[in-house]
Design a protein around this ligand. Structure first.
Ligand code: KG4
Ligand code: ZN
Length: 448
């Protein structure tokens, strides 16, 4: 079954074509195309995503992204002039005008492009209906409706978070038992070497809007066992980065600064002095160690790390950073000198909480697989330290004499993309779980 996926829930405009095979218990996929256009540069100047700007950008770019996606997957077949003139009759035109009346830019481009191509040989259209920014979601939904109407295809309504979980299915090699190096990037999967995900599985979904631990009994059967009570992990990265005057999105920025700190820890602990410039550095080891002891050090809280449940709370961490920076300013400390060190501690605090809760839940629920998903799952430290933690806990985790496997999607698949929406769409399409176009509604707070 071939599915066209559409994703517009936040600041990525994406259209993909994927092919799914097999039953719900053991599906396999091939990505035929997965075109993603990021709006980061546009939102950067506002310091975060502006919903109405995101909506307009999706509206402007969807046709272009669709064209690229169809071309890449070899589904783009142009029509002859004769056919083009006959393609959209007046009655159909009225309906398309109605469907896309709130997206004039998309409507204009739609009417110019769609009549020039033949309907692609896809079986269904999968579109994100939530959670996300409603104005942005509506563009994708209306686009899906208009395409479904002219091409006469069924629509699958997809939950964005199910998409983040299904992303791992697009990458048919599993990363477990340390068989694969963590950095192995598998962008184009194939049907060979498929390893089946064992259930129950536990998904740690960490993005800009969500932090959830989801118990997957089987595909389509989910239970949220813990979630954030306030800010999401990605939101915490973004907001603390902003306090440190780092650009949006904050996650990759904080990660970069933290990496710097890890390379030269002493330098940043001493407030930006490089080793040769350090006073008395010529006195050698002991003087250096003394200075290191006295040097500025920071420790941030790990909110709810020992709580009995699996919930998270990252707003306390954000506030702790705010107070710490205020205190540093009052003491006339140049924050810029310590930014890498502060970033390292922010990242480590988030990683510690995420890993501790995931391992605890894995033990309690006897999870056979751990799946990471969402934008924050691109974080190198989270990936490396999770791998280590699963390795160290392997004996404890070996509850059913089966090794708990850790599945880390490639970073291309952890950030928002339409291939994952196509994969989640396939899981529903296998049971003909289609939605009537007039029933499609954007749901900003849609739960799993
Ligand atoms: O899943 P996603 O692309 O969009 C949402 O659905 O929210 O996640 C975006 C989030 C942002 O908060 C961004 O700062 C964070 O993922 N992020 C990272 C990294 N890359 C992206 N956080 C930490 N480390 C990264 N390398
Ligand atoms: Zn997302």
């Amino acid at each position: 079954m071939k599915i066209l996926g559409i994703e517009t829930s936040c600041d990525e405009t994406s259209v993909a074509v994927i092919e799914g095979k097999g039953k719900l218990e053991n599906p396999s996929f091939e990505i035929l195309s997965n075109i993603v256009l990021s709006q980061i540069k546009i939102h950067k100047k506002w310091g975060g995503v502006v919903p109405m700007v995101a909506k307009r950008e999706h509206s402007k770019n969807l046709i272009n992204i669709l064209e690229k996606s169809l071309r890449k997957s070899s589904f783009l077949i142009s029509k002859s002039e004769f056919l083009i003139s006959k393609q959209i009759q007046n009655s159909k035109l009225r309906i398309i005008n109605k469907i896309l009346e709130r997206e004039p830019e998309l409507l204009e481009r739609f009417l110019k492009f769609i009549p020039t191509i033949k309907p692609p040989k896809i079986d269904a259209i999968a579109v994100t209906i939530g959670p996300g920014l409603e104005p942005a979601l509506w563009v994708g939904i209306n686009f899906a409706k208009a395409l479904a109407f002219v091409w006469d295809k069924p629509i699958v309504a997809v939950n964005h978070m199910e998409g983040h979980m299904a992303a791992i299915l697009l990458q048919n090699g599993r990363i477990s038992n340390f068989q694969f190096p963590i950095s192995k990037q598998i962008t184009k999967s194939n049907f060979k070497n498929k390893k089946q995900i064992q259930f129950p599985a536990l998904a740690l979904l960490v993005s800009g809007g969500h932090t959830e631990l989801v118990l997957i009994k089987k595909w389509g059967d989910y239970e949220i066992i813990g979630e954030t009570r306030d800010d999401a992990a990605g939101e915490c990265f973004d907001k603390t980065a902003r306090m440190l005057e780092l650009p949006y999105p904050g996650g990759p920025q904080i990660a970069k600064q933290a990496e710097n700190f890890k390379k030269y820890p002493l330098t940043f602990r001493m407030g930006g002095w490089t080793a040769p410039d350090m006073p008395n550095s010529s006195r050698g080891g002991r003087a250096r160690r003394e200075m290191e002891k006295e040097a500025f050090n920071i420790k941030l809280p790990r909110p709810m790390i020992d709580s009995k449940d699996y919930d998270f709370s990252f707003s306390g961490l954000k506030t702790a950073v705010l107070y710490m920076l205020r205190d540093m300013k009052e003491r006339h400390i140049n924050i810029g000198d310590f930014t890498p060190m502060i970033c390292n501690e922010i990242q480590q605090a988030i990683v510690d909480v995420l890993i501790t809760k995931t391992i605890k839940a894995t033990k309690e629920f006897g999870a056979q697989s751990i799946i990471l998903g969402g934008g924050v799952a691109a974080n190198k430290e989270l990936r490396a330290q999770m791998k280590k933690a699963v390795g160290m806990s392997r004996r404890d985790l070996d509850i059913r004499r089966q090794t708990t496997a850790l599945y880390l999607p490639s970073t291309k698949l952890t950030t928002d993309n339409a291939a994952m929406i196509g994969a989640a769409g396939y899981l529903r399409a296998t049971s003909k779980d289609f939605t009537r176009p007039d029933k499609l509604v954007a749901q900003g707070n849609l739960g799993l």
